[in-house]
Design a protein around this ligand. Sequence first.
Ligand code: GCU
Length: 610
Amino acid sequence: MNLNWLRHFPDLPATLPPETRPSDLARLELSLAFPGRDFSITLSPSLGDSFILDTIGATTILTGGETGLLYGAYALIRSHLSGSPLPAHLESAPQYPLRVINCWDNMDGSVERGYAGRSLFFEGGQFAYDPGRMRHLARLMASVGLNVLCVNNVNVHEPAQGLVAELLPELSALADLFRPFGVRLMVSVDFSMPLRDGLDTADPLSEAVQAWWQRTCARVYAEIPDLAGFLVKADSEGRPGPFAYGRSHADGANLLARALKPYDGALIWRCFVYNCRQDWRDPSTDRPKAAYETYQPLDGAFDDNVILQVKNGPYDFQVREPLSPLLLSLRHTHLALELQLAQEYTGQQIDLYAMAPMWREIFQDLPADRLQAIAAVSNLGRDENYFGHPLAAVNLYAFGLLAWSPRIDPAEVFDNWACLTYDFSAADRRTLVQLLLCSRSVYEKYTAPLGLCWMVNPGLHYGPNPSGYEYDLWGTYHRANRDAVGIDRTAEGTGYLLQYPAELQARYADPDTCPDTLKLFFHRLPYDYRMPDGRTLIQRIYDDHFAGAEEAAAMATVLKALPFPEPDAAVIADRAGRQVQNAENWRDVINTFFHRLSGIPDAQGRRIYD
Ligand code: GCU
């Protein structure tokens, strides 16, 4: 059963010849989708992923590189099925050469922060996948231009270290399934792997270690010549890294990059580095400052096939964070933006949360050409619909289009996706698009409306727990007391704000003009502080949480009335009900927490539990 936007794509033959190339597949897709229509197709290898489309009368002329032809074919099919005509002449090139999905799949079959069932690739310490499904997944990715799949978790648990050793033939067999779709595999590797192989050090400056990585890469690329490269989480949340040897992250990244270089492999090095054993009593350390402090001094010290992968915000995929200052400050280093499709802090694929409006805000501050790649943590799993919540599919769809062209219009993308996915009337489709467009702000309103992060249940990261992380070691504090809440991150406070260019410093420095959604991220404010709309801070906390819960209930009512087909209808209705409960829970717990602390009553006398 095809439960997603591919559902009206004609079926491919049950097997494809193993040597099928993306350009062959493009011809096949077009012949299946448009029987009898005239196409003139020219392979122009130098165009790579890019394509040119011209429609002259009844003939469509498609010119593109090996993969460009495939993306051109999918653009045509998407436009045909969604009724959004393409211009008569279109030249299309992706903004980023690497458009990556990072799976956090473990080989025991679990998925770290997975909300759509178990791993699509692994079970019981082994590869365990349905080849037909892999091909379908590859087609799903290629249909929106995604071209790299990193299959294993950045936290590399055994036996995944064997992916570049004894499990290599199986990894290679998986790569064969994705190759016709222009999707290359990538693997997460563990920095300390040489130790597993009998070396007594993983020091990046050791010649034996350097030779070990060179041998490893030679073996890997002999099996998978088009592997996209390695992804590394080092010195982060307990993972091994170069700090253990007194070496810098440039030393560490360059070690692997040099071993990958002869094969054109990329070394993607994550910048999620901070002190995860902080003492909450110590106000001098401010976690959002950490990545900049680690990497800014190293700008320019990385080899040209190193890409530093930076999460969109300085914390960790909270519902609202300012842009990571590192993305704006590194000028001589290749960068990838890391987004998270898995809805870890954003409703866990129970609550509706469509991300494209948030990405649009990111790219308002981030010049698209500052990046060399874009990656997103996967929201995929073994559930029949891949995403748990059927509407969470829109996030993968939109991410593909964003990676191709960061200036996408969320409303247009949602409309196209809805058109491909459901046979709705124009009015129902508009309603669905409106729900998707407002889903982020509704979720934000009942969870963290004024930029206060981390009031979630520790570990789980779903549901409210205002003190859950407050006395913990993760550096995630709001420091609410009976008078005030938030952390002053201006020059007078922790100084985090100084990591930004002047224009953004000016936007955030003054609490009166700092956007409401980030006020308590940048400022510590008393409860009687007057917000720009004239209400006090405490009243806004109450009002926003009440409003968020009401809006979630209204959204659920509208959602349940839409004519989704089964099985989607039942799943969507069930999750909408759970979202309403979650929103009420957030409203009551957060409002009660602040009411108890401040002792200030709600001006509207609504029910707050004491
Ligand atoms: C978050 C998440 C972890 C993950 C980490 C990462 O902290 O909760 O599960 O390992 O991000 O990005 O590496």
